[in-house]
Structures are given as C-alpha cells and as structure tokens.
Design a binder for this molecule. Sequence first.
Ligand SMILES: Nc1ncnc2c1ncn2[C@@H]1O[C@H](COP(=O)(O)OP(=O)(O)OP(=O)(O)O)[C@@H](O)[C@H]1O
Length: 148
Amino acid sequence: MEQTFIMIKPDGVQRGLVGEIISRFEKKGFSLKGLKLLTVERSFAEKHYEDLSAKPFFPGLVEYIISGPVVAMVWEGKNVVATGRTIIGATNPSASAPGTIRGDFAIDVGRNVIHGSDSVASATKEIALWFPEGIVSWQSSLHSWIYE
Ligand SMILES: Nc1ncnc2c1ncn2[C@@H]1O[C@H](COP(=O)(O)OP(=O)(O)OP(=O)(O)O)[C@@H](O)[C@H]1O
C-alpha cells in the first residue's frame, strides 16, 4: 500500500505538537511504519531539500531544519500522500484552512511545523533517504474496520 514520509520540524517538536500530529494521522486510520527522533546534519538537510537549493529562502530553511530535533515518520494507507498533504494544509499557514495542522498551529511559512511528501515518487526517495535501515513491516488488526 502507498506510503509517505512525514517530518515534524524543529518548531513542532519544541512546541509539544508531536502527540497531536501523530494522533491526527492515527485517528484518520493510517498506519505508522517508521518513527524516530533525530537531529540532522547540514549536508543531510541540504540533500532533503535539494530541489529548493536555488530559492532565496534555502539557507534559512536549512538553518531551521537543523536547529533542533525532528520527528521522521513513515505512514501507510490508501492515497496517504495526497491525503497527508490535505491533513497538513497549504505550505503558507496564512492560506492553510482551519482544521489542517498548519491552519491550526502555524502562522509563518518559515515555521510551518511539518513536512509531507508531495508525490509518490518523492515519498519513495525521502523514505530511502531518512530510513536507510528500512521500516517496520506489520498490519494493524483494525485493517478490515478501516478498509472495505
Ligand atoms: N517563501 C518562503 N519563505 C520561507 N520559507 C519557505 C518559503 N516557501 C517555502 N518555505 C519553506 O520551505 C519548505 C518547502 O517548501 P515547498 O515549496 O516544498 O513546500 P511544501 O512542499 O508545502 O513544504 P514541505 O516540503 O516542508 O512539506 C516549506 O514547508 C517552508 O518551510
């Protein structure tokens, strides 16, 4: 089944939003397949955001991501990439709808709490980058209560 990479950024960890964010994905019915708290090196953050390296905000973005621990996760479920982005909300919290994570918990685009893969191809690449050791293989016993 489809998987996505979700990262709670340093502001989300510092602000005590880890439980709230995990809870939103769990309650939706998605399955947690990988989870770790880590502080990343500058070169790793640059690699994760390499597609944005030409953007004027890139140096500030890298400083932000390496400024403290992040929570890296893999979530699995039907359409989890697109639905995960919907749960997260628009990139700029000023445009994120209430009820989304960024809409409820963020104000500034440079402190928008969470990252989610933007396509299945990006998810595959990001999961390989962040979880080279692999993820956990298991199936929730609630599966038949969530999927028809
Ligand atoms: N104009 C900006 N000023 C400051 N930071 C920005 C700006 N635009 C984007 N960013 C930061 O760079 C991140 C990556 O930007 P991108 O355009 O890929 O958005 P996104 O895919 O919604 O975010 P993410 O990749 O973090 O899920 C944003 O989440 C935000 O933290």
